[in-house]
Structures are given as structure tokens and as C-alpha cells.
Design a protein around this ligand. Structure first.
Ligand SMILES: Cc1cc2nc3c(=O)[nH]c(=O)nc-3n(C[C@H](O)[C@H](O)[C@H](O)COP(=O)(O)O)c2cc1C
Length: 170
């Protein structure tokens, strides 16, 4: 597994188009958030999904300590939010980008996300640098049109929407 292998892995992953999300958590009065593409559905019985979270990410420990998280699936016009939560903004400035609301259970969610999916941590598997966190879904908000923001070949792009007009300033 040399340099060539690692380079090929990166090249291959650039071809894996992924929907962009912001994963959020709340712990001891603070809100935490991180852009993530390593998110996928696991099962509908029970309704569940997983997120792969780097153990070095600021979100990691608060998410595990609180036992809850929210997956916000971004809209095509929200690449600025993805950039902010992907490390461009300091942690304490990220929630100033976009309209964030606190749910009844205390989790921050993005009002204009395509969907916000609230989860209770059910299972955590450490793997390499990451924790694979499986969440059991407790609540779902779906809003607006199907108009996904995608990450592909190292940049943001847009997926096919539902045909209803929306503006994409990319
Ligand atoms: C498009 C994109 C997708 C990302 N996907 C993930 C992911 O799935 N898991 C992860 O741990 N970090 C992912 N990251 C990296 C984190 O968003 C980034 O390292 C963030 O700054 C970590 O949070 P921190 O600065 O609070 O530690 C992604 C970054 C970008 C820009």
C-alpha cells in the first residue's frame, strides 16, 4: 500500500459524487457542526443512518457524549454553508452562516435544508481515524424541493432536481 495506491484511492474517491450534509450536535450548552459527505442510510427497520466522523473533528466528542445528532441535507444553493462548516470558518462563527434553529430536543438544525434528520446514537464502531456512528432516527423534517448539493472531483456541484426552478449561484 504505497504512495501510488493512496493517490489512486484519492482519484477514485473524486469520482464518487456525494450529497453534502452538515452534521450537528449540542453538548453542555454549545452547538457543534461539521460538513460531512460520509453519510448514508443504513436501514428502514429500524430507520437508521450512519455518519463517519473523524476522531480529530471538533464535533466528535460532543456528539458521542450527548448521544444525539442531526443530519442536515444541504440544498444546491448552500455551498457557502458547506464551506463554513468544512473548516473555512472558526467553530464559534459557523452557525452565523445560514438560518439555524434549535429543535425541541436542543439540536441545531438548518431551517432551509432539504431535510433535517434527528438521530439517537445507537452504535459506534471505531475504524482507522474515524468513528462510524449509527443513529436511530427519531424525527425528520423535509422541506422545499429536491435540489441536492453534491461534492464531486473536489468541488461543489448540483444534482438533478425535481424540475422546479431554483437558483444556483455556483
Ligand atoms: C465536502 C466535505 C466533506 C467532508 N466530509 C467529512 C466526513 O464525512 N467526515 C469527517 O469526519 N469530515 C469530513 N469533512 C471534513 C470536516 O468537515 C472538516 O475537517 C471540519 O473542519 C472538521 O471540523 P472541526 O474544524 O470542527 O474540527 C468534509 C469536508 C468537506 C469540505
Amino acid at each position: 500500500m504505497g504512495e501510488r495506491f493512496e493517490a489512486d484511492f484519492r482519484k477514485a474517491m473524486r469520482r464518487l459524487a456525494s450529497a453534502v450534509t452538515v452534521v450537528t450536535a449540542a453538548h453542555e450548552g454549545d452547538h457543534h457542526g461539521m460538513t460531512a459527505t460520509a453519510v448514508t442510510a443504513v436501514s428502514d427497520a429500524p430507520p437508521s443512518l450512519l455518519a463517519c466522523v473523524n476522531r480529530s473533528a471538533g464535533l466528535h466528542d460532543p456528539l458521542l457524549a450527548s448521544g444525539r445528532f442531526c443530519i442536515n441535507i444541504l440544498h444546491a444553493d448552500q455551498s457557502g454553508i458547506a464551506e463554513a462548516f468544512g473548516g473555512r470558518r472558526r467553530k464559534d462563527e459557523r452557525f452565523a452562516v445560514g438560518e439555524w434553529v434549535t429543535s425541541a430536543c436542543g439540536l441545531p438544525f438548518l431551517r432551509e435544508a432539504q431535510a433535517s434528520i434527528f438521530c439517537d446514537v445507537d452504535c459506534v464502531t471505531p475504524y482507522g481515524s474515524h468513528s462510524v456512528v449509527i443513529g436511530r432516527i427519531s424525527d425528520i423534517l423535509v422541506a422545499g424541493h429536491v435540489a441536492p448539493l453534491l461534492y464531486q472531483d473536489g468541488r461543489y456541484t448540483v444534482g438533478l432536481g425535481d424540475g422546479i426552478d431554483w437558483v444556483v449561484p455556483i
